[in-house]
Design a protein around this ligand. Structure first.
Ligand code: F6R
Length: 608
């Protein structure tokens, strides 16, 4: 994940920026840079590779000035070269950026047609040119940034400084976190509290869609609609960053809201966003062409990520998939062909049943691939290929961001398998990659339903049982919704394939039974709507998670609806996971349950 810092100080900014960037190294990066204002003039130094390369350049050619921005870049659009490193600059400004500007291609074409000359391959450079162009008609940089932000789509954070303005630093947050820090006659900007820890323990976290105008003595906050707003200051224990909840009540809430950023970061690792294709960050010791069957094994939420991926592997790679929970798989004595592939999915990488299944598959001569979040874990160490999820540490016991990052990684592997097996054309791959690039922004959009979800949760909290229904990849998500709700709130919940309803569970439907129906507009949408009609005909209470108007168009009176943006259906499960997680979180919170550490559960299950 890229890291952003900004300093509006009294002393030399460059050493402070490098110091703060060092504290962001843990996020991973492949180039770095800083820009300062020397007597009002922009100056910048960037370097490929690690921060020591940047520090060495700064020794030879020190940057002066008391205001500056810095960045560690993890390459997404364009290679990790010095030329693509941030800050990006024009004669008017320098900008650093974390995340993905989804519509950068359209914006780039528009700017080129308007005479702008691009010198990098990055999406960030469009931001630099857009604001610079805006400043031809609006000389005030604050107004110019305010006018440009609504044109940017995606999940990102930004930091700007401006030529001739040595008391102005602007930050913006849309999907990726950003905090400001308060000093004595100084102000700071950072991707997280840890970056700012050497300077201050007093912070304000920007809220979704916010942007902020900093001078040495003031911070003015604006919301997405460009209205001035107030945001509260708080003390942080950044030294203990891993236990810092930011401005969230619980780790689970923080982790749900981190998803636009960590999914974007994970996808950036697996996709070539310029060529619009999958680029796996590891060599495969086998050819997908020669694999006859894929066996997937995992536990709990990780198993449900695998169940979702089954649809993708079968559809895109025409690869037969067998999947089981690891506690069954390990004792089932499944016949596994030598040279076929077994895939294990685990956040912790230490789950005892998953590890035992892995060892069994290995003993059968299978290739062993794992999707793990902890790269030093036992499962990772015992696998021949490790596909890392870059979700960062997950502290809440209920898995959220690790799940959606698992889905992102599995989607990329399924596409790669499809290409290798020649069951997916280059055009199809391009289309799917374009859809994946939109996911972080859609996930950020989905978090905006939180207040509606919290209202629904207050009603749901009075239920004894809840049913979740879905078809296709929404079926595993229905199971995940039920799992999340029961583990957090202790309300009994079941997930069903919507088509199974009439084969038994429909007997449960009465006016007390809330039925949550996942209805993305996919190939089975009409069928799911019919199942909703069956529930309605029996007096069931329907809660729809789908595009606005879904229930109304079907002539149904839903008790509540959680409106989702319109999106392509292939990977909608990644986006629809967000309301499912938020609903479970808010029901548990409304009931006063221990959201981060539900009773009887452990984060890492290292026993059978
Ligand atoms: C549920 C949850 C668990 C885990 C399961 C596997 O919210 O977190 O079901 O998914 O215990 O854990 P890992 O992924 O560490 O193997």
């Amino acid at each position: 994940m890229c890291g952003i810092v900004g300093v509006l100080g009294q002393g030399a900014a460059a050493p402070m920026l490098v110091d703060a960037l060092r504290r962001l190294e843990y996020r991973g990066y492949d180039s770095a840079g800083i820009a300062t204002l020397e007597n009002g003039n922009l100056a910048r130094i960037r370097a490929e590779g690690k921060l020591r390369n940047l520090a060495a350049k700064l020794l030879e050619e020190p940057l002066r000035g008391t205001i500056g921005i810095g960045h560690t870049r993890w390459a997404t659009h364009g290679r990790p070269t010095e030329n693509n490193a941030h800050p990006h600059a024009t004669d008017k400004l320098a900008v650093v950026h974390n995340g993905i500007i989804e519509n950068f291609r359209e914006l780039r074409e528009e700017l080129i047609a308007d005479g702008c000359v691009f010198v990098s391959e990055t999406d960030t450079e469009v931001v630099a040119h857009l604001v610079t162009r805006q400043m031809r008609t609006m000389t005030d940089p604050v107004e110019a940034v305010g006018a440009v932000l609504p044109r940017l789509h995606g999940a990102f954070a930004l930091g700007f400084i401006f030529e001739g303005q040595d008391n102005l630093l602007i930050g913006a947050r849309r999907g990726a976190p950003l905090a400001i820090g308060y000093g004595e006659g100084e102000m700071y900007l950072g991707s997280d509290a840890l970056a700012l820890a050497p300077f201050t323990d007093t912070l304000t976290y920007l809220e979704e869609g916010d942007w902020v105008v900093l001078t040495r003595n003031s911070a003015e906050f604006y919301n997405e609609a460009n209205q001035q707003v107030t945001r509260k200051k708080q003390k942080t224990q950044a030294g203990a960053f891993l236990v810092d909840k930011g401005n969230h009540r619980h780790f689970m809430a923080k982790e749900i809201h981190e998803q636009p950023e960590v999914i974007g970061h994970t996808l950036a690792h697996y996709l070539d966003m310029v060529a619009l294709k999958v680029s796996l960050p590891f060599e495969l010791p086998f050819d997908f062409k020669n694999i006859n069957r894929l066996s997937i094994s995992a536990c709990g939420t990780a198993y449900l990520a695998g169940l979702t991926a089954k649809y993708w592997f079968e559809r895109y790679a025409r690869l037969p998939v067998e999947i089981d929970v690891a506690s069954e798989f390990r004792y089932r004595e499944a016949p596994l062909g030598k040279g076929d592939l077994s895939l294990f999915i685990s956040q912790s990488g230490e789950t005892a049943d998953t590890l035992a299944s892995l060892r069994y598959a290995k003993s059968c001569g299978q290739h062993i691939m794992s999707v793990v979040n902890v790269p030093t874990s036992t499962i990772a160490r015992e696998s021949s290929v490790v596909a890392a999820t870059l979700a960062g540490p997950e502290i809440g016991v209920a898995s959220t961001k690790a799940f959606t990052c698992q889905l992102a990684v599995l989607a990329c592997i399924a596409i790669a398998a499809g290409r290798a097996r020649e069951t997916l054309s280059e055009t199809e791959e391009r289309r799917l990659v374009e859809e994946l690039i939109l996911i972080p922004g859609l996930v950020a959009e989905a978090t905006k339903s939180e207040s509606v979800i919290s209202e629904i949760a207050h009603v749901l909290a009075k239920s004894r049982d809840v049913l979740y229904l879905g078809r296709g990849t929404s079926y595993p998500l229905a199971l995940e919704g039920a799992l999340k709700l029961k583990e957090l709130s202790y309300i009994h919940a079941e997930g069903y394939a919507a088509g199974e309803l009439k084969h038994g569970p429909i007997a449960l439907i009465d006016e007390d039974m809330p039925v949550i129906v996942l209805t993305p507009k996919d190939s089975t949408f009409e069928k799911t709507v019919s199942n909703m009609q069956e529930v309605a005909a029996r007096g069931g209470r329907i809660i729809v998670i789908g595009e606005a108007g879904t229930a109304f168009d079907a002539g149904l009176k839903a008790e509540a609806s959680i409106d989702m943006a319109s999106m392509a259906s292939d990977f909608s499960a990644i986006v629809y996971a967000v309301p499912v997680q938020l609903l479970a979180y808010h029901v548990a919170f409304a009931m006063g349950k221990d959201v981060d550490q539900p009773r009887n559960l452990a984060k890492s299950v290292t026993v059978e």
